[in-house]
Design a protein around this ligand. Structure first.
Ligand code: IPM
Ligand code: MN
Length: 341
């Protein structure tokens, strides 16, 4: 059985950490006895500066045919903020409907964190971040831009469908763990979006009576991450809050070089990434910690929502079907084998 993995090394230290993750993948595939075909995508800041392209439609179509995608990082000092994020990273998340951003916050043995009072077992949770809507939907606009009367509107879009599917997914994850799910939001101020989340959460909870439920405001959640992280098993939250609390989560697990996450489409193609970004200060120095990328690769094999070591037959079947169409691959997306394979 061959797993076809799209690899987007991207920018900054992305290629370095992806290189290390692929070495681990090679070792694991030898031990466990499965085959991997890598399809490399030349996407990111360098490509954008060279060609003006962020993510051409043909490459997006090719990404859809992968079993999974491993992403290093995207972002370039010479590219205006927002372009690569929106047109590449968020476009993949949205177009492939990777509506779950699954971010485990776990400690590895011996890894020190900035919070000495935390025992190694105190930090062991999974954040289920909504990944397809909210403030990330791109809705809004300017009025009288650049004038003294400028108006900038950035809307948070929250759909019943979107909220329900993420809440349902989170209950599923909690069922497979310690059976505790906490909704994190800001219902005392965001009385529309928060109300929708809380109502859906309460409704879905009636189908999962084995899961203990809890609610925490996002600001208080930050305090608990430092003060009492063991109160959390699984957290479900919206896109923006999930983005912010998982950076804090990375710090209580040992730093941005450790934190890995998955952009999951439970019925489609998922993309796994270290969440630390391009780390420009570390480029080429061999000082960046590759564990996050290695962990991202591992999340692909061991998705917390599926249980350890399971696989997805439908993905494999689809990979089989996609083999013929891969002959049309263009030069910037090529099958490759890293040195040593
Ligand atoms: C992350 C990143 C992205 C996000 C950026 C780069 C768009 O911060 O994956 O957490 O905000 O989701
Ligand atoms: Mn982030």
């Amino acid at each position: 059985m061959t797993h076809t993995i799209g690899v987007i090394p991207g920018d900054g230290t992305g290629p370095e950490v992806v290189g290390e993750a692929l070495k681990v993948l090679d070792a694991v595939r030898r031990v466990e006895g499965f085959d991997v075909e890598l399809v490399r995508f030349d996407l990111g800041g360098e490509r954008f500066l060279r060609t003006g392209e962020s993510l051409p439609d043909e490459e997006l179509a090719l990404l859809r045919q992968m079993d999974a995608i491993l992403l290093g990082a995207v972002g370039h000092p010479d590219v205006r903020p927002g372009i690569l994020e929106r047109d590449l990273l968020l476009r993949v998340r949205f177009e492939l409907d990777q509506y779950v951003n699954l971010r485990p916050i776990v400690r590895y043995p011996g890894v020190q964190t900035l919070v000495p009072s935390h025992g190694e077992d105190d930090v062991n949770m999974v954040v289920v971040r909504e990944n397809s809507e909210g403030l990330y939907s791109g809705a809004g606009g300017f009025h009288r831009r650049g004038t003294a009367h400028e108006v900038a509107v950035q809307e948070s879009i929250n759909t019943r469908h979107g909220v329900e599917r993420i809440v349902r997914f989170a209950f599923g994850v909690a069922t497979k763990r310690r059976q505790k799910l906490t909704l994190v939001h800001k219902t005392n101020v965001l009385t529309f979006a928060g109300d929708l989340y809380q109502r859906v959460f309460n409704e879905v909870a009636t189908e999962f009576l084995n899961v203990e439920t809890d609610y925490v405001h996002v600001d208080a959640c930050c305090i608990y991450f430092l003060d009492q992280p063991s109160r959390f098993d699984v957290i479900v939250t919206d896109n923006m809050f999930g983005d912010i609390i998982t950076d804090l989560g990375a710090m209580i697990q040992g730093g941005m070089g450790i934190a890995a996450g998955g952009n999951i489409n439970p019925d489609g193609v998922s993309m796994f990434e270290p969440i630390g970004g391009t780390a420009p200060d570390h480029i080429g120095k061999g000082t960046i910690n590759p564990l996050a990328a290695i962990g991202a690769r591992r999340e692909h094999r061991r998705r917390p929502d599926r249980g350890v070591g399971s696989s997805n037959a439908s993905l494999r079947e689809r990979a089989g079907r996609s083999l013929s169409s891969r002959s049309s691959m263009r030069s910037h997306a090529c099958r490759y084998r890293p040195r040593g394979w």
